[in-house]
Every structure is written in structure tokens, then in C-alpha cells.
Design a protein around this ligand. Structure first.
Ligand code: ATP
Length: 215
């Protein structure tokens, strides 16, 4: 049996129930052995995270502590300068040469994939899994992706095994409507951290203990 590893990069500022829900659905639907959450260090696609990477990693670790299939990596935090997903995947390819590697993203991120550095290499070297998000849909992907999309969907359907890349899978799990932006806004507006339902309780405790996202 091929070892199957899921990789889930994000800002995680903070990690929320949507991320945990996605990671669990990802592991279950693709029969992954493990999903590794990778907090961004020096971000490329998003504005500077407000919260120090060490706090964001600690919140990820708190959120996944009770989930044995989920793990965290600081590999995008310890690299110098801008980090690119294509390089992150290379690092995991070296660590797990025989594994089938999956990169997880939300539909909003898939709509930006054509702007990612060397995205063509990324989608050849890794497999891509996409979680539904809001009103964003596959019909809106950039035309640059139009050749890759049907081929990658067909490859997942026809050749699900193998340690190569090039597959695309759309998660079946129902969308989970939450964003870190909405959580930060609620906390900045003075909502008590334990009253924000989409923050995992161990993360809420961490936020309270360290006084993060205060108005
Ligand atoms: P922000 O609101 O700060 O942009 P976010 O909630 O989108 O944050 P990120 O850490 O930026 O969280 O997300 C990491 C990845 O997870 C991205 O690919 C994003 O599309 C995806 N994602 C985050 N939340 C959801 C969600 N509720 N449903 C589907 N995908 C999500």
C-alpha cells in the first residue's frame, strides 16, 4: 500500500474549526496516513500575518493535540525569505520519497493557483485536494488551469494509487463557513474568546492566556 501524506499550508491566524474539519475530511476521504499542518512563516500570497509565527504554530499544535492523524510542521517558518509551496512540497518529497503527497486548499485558494510560483511544477509533483468554500466554484478557475483540471480529475478517478502527482480531488464534505478574518474581527470588536464558537477550545485558552487579538 502506498503511504499517503496530506500537506495543509495556511496562515492559521488563528487556526479554526473550518481548518480542523477540512483536515479530518481530507484524511478520511483520501485514506491518508497523516495530514501535516504547515503554518506560513514569511508569507507570499497574503498580507503580513498579524500574529507571530511561533504563536500560530502553538495554536495549531493545541488544536490538533487530540487528533492523532494530524501533525504540525514548522518547515515554512524556519526557511529564510519568502517560501513557496512548490519548494515545501520538494522538502516533503525528500522526506517521504515513496509517498503519495497531497496538498490541501480551499476553493478560494484554487482560484488563485495560477498566480503561485511554478504552479505547473507543483501540480505535477503533488496531488491537489480542494475543499468547497462559500460561493467560489470550479467554473471560476483561471483559463490557465483549463487543460490541467480535467486531466487531473480523470487521473484521480482512473489511477488513484501511485506515488506520483498530477491528481485533483474535490472534497465531498459539506462546506464549513468560517474564516480567520471573521474570528479576528469578532475578537477585535471585544467578543469574549470563549464565545466565538469556531475557535477550538484549546486554541481559545491559548488566545486568552497570551492576550492575542485583543481590541
Ligand atoms: P484569513 O481569513 O485570514 O484569510 P483563512 O480562514 O482563509 O484566513 P488560512 O489559514 O488563510 O485561513 O487558510 C489556509 C487554507 O485553508 C487556504 O487554502 C484556505 O482556502 C483554506 N480554508 C480556510 N478556511 C476554510 C474554510 N472554512 N473552508 C474551506 N477552506 C478553507
Amino acid at each position: 500500500m502506498t503511504l499517503k501524506i496530506g500537506l495543509f499550508g495556511g496562515t492559521f491566524d488563528p487556526i479554526h474549526q473550518g481548518h480542523v474539519h477540512m483536515a479530518q475530511a481530507f484524511a478520511a476521504e483520501l485514506a491518508l496516513d497523516s495530514v501535516i499542518l504547515i503554518p506560513a512563516g514569511d508569507p507570499y500570497h497574503k498580507e503580513q500575518p498579524r500574529t507571530a509565527a511561533a504563536h500560530r504554530l502553538a495554536m495549531v499544535e493545541a488544536a490538533i493535540a487530540e487528533h492523532p492523524q494530524l501533525a504540525a510542521s514548522d518547515c515554512d517558518m524556519v526557511r529564510e525569505g519568502a517560501t513557496y509551496t512548490v519548494d515545501t512540497v520538494q522538502i516533503f518529497r525528500q522526506l517521504f520519497p515513496q509517498a503519495q503527497l497531497w496538498w490541501l486548499l480551499g476553493m478560494d485558494s484554487l482560484l488563485q493557483l495560477h498566480t503561485w510560483r511554478h504552479w505547473q511544477t507543483l501540480v505535477r509533483q503533488a496531488n491537489i485536494a480542494v475543499a468547497a468554500r462559500g460561493a467560489d466554484s470550479l467554473n471560476q478557475v483561471n483559463p490557465a488551469l483549463h487543460d490541467w483540471l480535467p486531466e487531473a480529475l480523470a487521473k484521480q478517478a482512473q489511477q488513484p494509487e501511485g506515488n506520483d502527482g498530477g491528481r485533483l480531488y474535490l472534497l465531498q464534505a459539506a462546506p464549513y463557513a468560517v474564516s480567520a478574518t471573521a474570528i479576528r474581527s469578532a475578537l477585535a470588536a471585544g467578543t469574549a474568546v470563549h464565545e466565538v464558537a469556531d475557535i477550538p477550545p484549546p486554541v481559545a485558552e491559548y488566545i486568552a492566556r497570551h492576550g492575542l487579538y485583543r481590541p
